[in-house]
Design a binder for this molecule. Structure first.
Ligand code: ZN
Length: 313
């Protein structure tokens, strides 16, 4: 059987042991001074999105050399493989790791080198989606240019960061350029912002939607569908669902409130994903259990490899 993960952030998935090891190596104080690294990063009870995002400043601080990035990418793919995944799509905002000694393409090469090593050892196929940070105009533009220039080294383009007030259409020119270059697009939408953000993502060339759970707001009480939901269902646009992450960013109070099972029953193209394994202290196996709790009988179906959904082919 072949299984896939479509939505997982490289800087959100470090092993706690590796965070500690690298922190020691580079003498990174905020982590060196604490005992329980898992607890330090765990944002399952965080009060705000700011609190959640603060954790990333620390993982990114550990991703500033070729070797460290390579190790983190290798381990991410290896851990996915150990959870039964054969096709792993990882994403990262490359400019977070650019510094005096590391160029944007060095960052991409370091990640791909780690992925290749995991492929050689474990057979898992991995690929990198570049993320532009949508609250930073110059960043999105620069990442889009990078994606076009090095399109043979990557598998896709995404925009991440705060959705509200930062619709994809702000970057219409970049998305057009990306589409014209033949680079696959997925866009975070329908998590921090509503149905209109999903429609806006589709209008800007998204072949998949990151999260997209709020498409449920376009499903009426009698299960009739609004225009966007109707399109997503008919065209079977993949929704990259991340249950635990949605609960940790306070979209839903608990797993039983999550709409994944309803979307699944209505026939939407649902996949199950991990988003940020370290901050949400989750992994593929835990997400499968979460899906089961929502009432989905055979959650393995939600990670089954689909050539039409994957950017890896
Ligand atoms: Zn995400």
């Amino acid at each position: 059987m072949s299984n896939q993960i479509l939505h997982d952030h490289l800087d959100g998935g470090l092993r706690a042991s590796t965070a500690k090891e690298i922190a020691k190596r580079i003498e990174y104080k905020p982590i060196n001074e604490i005992d329980d690294v898992n607890k330090f990063f765990d944002r399952s009870n965080c009060e705000s999105l700011e609190d959640y995002l603060e954790a990333f400043t620390h993982t990114i601080a550990l991703m500033q050399t070729f070797e460290n990035i390579e190790q983190i990418a290798y381990e991410a793919a290896a851990d996915m493989s150990d959870n039964g995944i054969n096709f792993y799509e990882s994403r990262y905002a490359p400019f977070y790791s650019v510094n005096n000694t590391l160029s944007p393409v060095d960052v991409i090469d370091a990640i791909n080198s780690g992925f290749k090593q995991a492929e050689k050892e474990k057979g898992i196929i991995s690929g990198l989606i570049l993320c532009g940070m949508r609250h930073d105009h110059a960043n999105v533009k620069a990442v889009a240019d990078l994606a076009v220039e090095f399109k043979d080294k990557i598998i896709g383009f995404d925009i991440a960061g705060p959705e509200y007030n930062f619709l994809p259409s702000l970057y219409k020119d970049s998305f057009t350029k990306i589409s014209d270059a033949g680079v696959n697009i997925t866009i975070h939408a329908g998590e921090g912002d509503g149905v209109h953000s999903i429609q806006d993502a589709l209008d800007n060339g998204a072949k998949r939607i990151g999260h997209g759970v709020r498409i449920i707001e376009d499903v009426n009480a009698d299960n009739s569908l609004g225009q966007t939901a109707d399109y997503i269902l008919k065209e079977q646009i993949p929704l990259e669902i991340c249950i635990t992450s949605n609960i940790h960013t306070n979209m839903y109070t608990d797993v039983y409130e999550h709409p994944i099972a309803k979307l699944y029953d209505l026939g939407f193209n649902i996949s199950l994903n991990t988003d940020n394994r370290l901050m949400s202290s989750t992994n593929v196996l835990k997400e499968l259990e979460m899906a089961k709790l929502t009432g989905i009988k055979n959650p393995l179906e939600l990670i089954k490899y689909s050539a039409s959904d994957s950017f890896l082919n």
